[in-house]
Design a protein around this ligand. Structure first.
Ligand code: IMP
Ligand code: MG
Length: 176
């Protein structure tokens, strides 16, 4: 099996959307400091582009969690492979994620981080696949709602490939 990636959301569309989300966050957090929690690796591109457009003071930390192996189905288990470097108690945190699919990753991550006593904790996701949701979770900031397709690019991978694509594409799986 091989795969072909077909462009679904262009770089221009993504950039415009990130600017819109940033404006909304700038408005919502006026007078506050934001602590961005970037979920590695998929949300790195999104998180950096978002951070560059924020006008309130921003700090950033990185965390690697995963409920996926190398395939396209979730395992339903969360493993924290890299925890945050700094405490988050009393801070206004925004978790920045690439995509919400079943919702397991973010709901487990959010629960774990809530227990650390942040002043506030919101979710910001570039993509949302609501059709596949298995747990109740909604992001305060969502870039694009997409159908139940496996996508790659702009940070998202298929078997660790395609993260560097400047656009988001739909993966078509084909016989070799
Ligand atoms: P969830 O726990 O099912 O919501 O899965 C979220 C995680 O699965 C994301 O952070 C991605 O790393 C990965 N994921 C889900 N759907 C896709 C996809 O279409 N392409 C690439 N990664 C995906
Ligand atoms: Mg991810």
């Amino acid at each position: 099996m091989g795969e072909i990636i077909h462009e679904m959301i262009s770089e221009k569309q993504i950039t415009e959307k990130i600017s819109q989300i940033a404006s909304q966050i700038n408005e919502d957090y006026r007078g506050k400091e934001i602590h961005l929690i970037c979920i590695l690796k998929g949300s790195v591109f999104f998180c950096c582009e978002l951070a560059k457009r924020l006008e309130v003071p921003v700090t950033m930390d990185f965390m690697a969690v995963s409920s996926y192996g190398n395939g396209t189905e979730p395992s339903g288990r969360l493993s924290v492979t890299k925890d945050l470097d700094e405490p988050i108690d009393g801070r206004h945190c925004i978790i920045v994620e690439d995509i919400i699919d079943t919702g397991f990753t973010l709901s487990m991550t959010k629960k774990m981080l809530s227990a650390r006593g942040p002043a506030s904790l919101k979710l910001c996701t570039l993509l949302d696949k609501p059709e596949r949701r298995k747990t109740k979770i909604e992001a305060e900031y969502t870039g694009f709602t997409i159908p139940d397709k496996f996508v790659a690019g702009y940070g998202l991978d298929y078997a660790q490939k395609y993260r560097n694509l400047p656009y988001i594409g739909e993966a078509e799986f084909v016989e070799d």
